[in-house]
Design a protein around this ligand. Structure first.
Ligand SMILES: Nc1nc2c(ncn2[C@@H]2O[C@H](COP(=O)(O)OP(=O)(O)OP(=O)(O)O)[C@@H](O)[C@H]2O)c(=O)[nH]1
Ligand SMILES: [Zn+2]
Length: 306
């Protein structure tokens, strides 16, 4: 390994980082001053980052600098925090995994994630997981809401081998962030996409009786067919950050489509006369659960603003 090289961060734990350079993985720490760069972020270096590394006097590798990010996906570190947590950087697309039950993904989680992808211009596909456990009517309803908004919705059951090939095609040759709440089946799906990977999933290990494994660090896995996936730990909430209240509706594509017809240019789409958005909701052209999410996010996030 050279003394200085650039590499891609493939695993980030906060205290050490694995970076990939020329097919070789090197464990690094980060140079202290880099922490200051991301003042408002709990994690200065994230999976997907392109970094400049060098060997220090002792022969250990350190990340000395982060190259400019093409994009990133970010959330509020915790509910009342002003700090942010960057989930991944330099991604081509996101795959939002959601399950209608076992476990249920809250609608608000889905909508907050979608808003973030819109705001940071990351193309996103929704993937309904564990189809073998779902109620067909609930699935149809979900599809109607999100396809109506303009999103692509895939259905997958790894247990039954349904939909896996479609996801494999979607991921080929691209860097994809896979996100979703804990237990929706992220690790299981990635393992099914590329069986040559060694990802530990939530199956209880019979021989070791160690209990359920949960993903604790974000990790990027290069795929055999080209491209890479970033498996992230399941997250409970998805707080928005750096999104202005007045701009929130820009990130609901179905609201963006009708809002030019609102009477007032600064319409908030809540109470104004001549609001094309509320009209579309009444007419059933915008799904009520999506509009409800808009109102809820507006209300809740107001509390957290400076
Ligand atoms: N019935 C059913 N179970 C599934 C399916 N996919 C995954 N599971 C199970 O769901 C549980 C959780 O799967 P994981 O892949 O660990 O979920 P995860 O989203 O990576 O979870 P975290 O690491 O906690 O974020 C495991 O017991 C899997 O076997 C599926 O298609 N059908
Ligand atoms: Zn309006």
């Amino acid at each position: 390994m050279d003394r200085k090289f650039t590499a891609t961060v493939v695993r980030a734990t906060g205290s050490w980082y694995d970076v990939l350079h020329d097919g070789e993985t090197v464990r690094c720490r980060i140079r202290g001053r880099l922490r200051l760069k991301g003042v408002r972020s709990t994690n200065p270096v994230v999976v997907g980052d392109e970094v400049a590394c060098e060997a220090d006097e002792g022969g250990d590798y350190v990340i000395a600098d982060i190259l400019p990010r093409r994009n990133y996906v970010i959330r509020r570190a915790s509910n009342l925090s002003k700090e942010s947590h960057i989930i991944a950087a330099n991604v081509d697309q996101a795959l939002l995994m959601a399950s209608l039950r076992s476990p249920e993904t809250p609608t608000e989680f889905v909508d907050r994630f979608l808003v973030t992808c819109e705001a940071y211009k990351v193309p996103v596909t929704i993937l309904l997981s564990k189809l073998d456990l779902q109620d067909a009517e609930a699935v149809a309803e979900f599809r109607a809401v999100y396809e109506g908004a303009g999103y692509r919705v895939l259905e997958v059951s790894v247990r039954e081998g349904r939909g896996v090939e479609e996801v494999r095609e979607l991921l080929a040759g691209r860097t994809t962030l896979v996100s979703g709440n804990s237990g929706v089946g992220k690790s299981t799906l990635i393992q099914a996409i590329d069986p040559s990977l060694d990802i530990r999933t939530g199956e209880i290990s019979e021989s070791h009786h160690k209990g359920r494994h949960t993903t604790t660090f974000s990790t990027m896995y290069p795929l055999a067919g080209g491209g890479a996936v970033i498996d992230t730990p399941g997250i409970k909430g998805f707080g928005l950050i750096d999104i202005d209240e007045a701009e929130l509706w820009h990130y609901f594509p179905e609201m963006m489509r009708v809002a030019p017809a609102c009477r007032f240019y600064n319409c908030t789409h809540t109470h104004e006369p001549g609001c094309a958005v509320t009209e579309a909701v009444k007419a059933g052209e915008i799904a009520w659960p999506r509009y409800e999410s808009y109102l809820k996010i507006r209300d809740e996030d107001e509390k957290y603003r400076k």
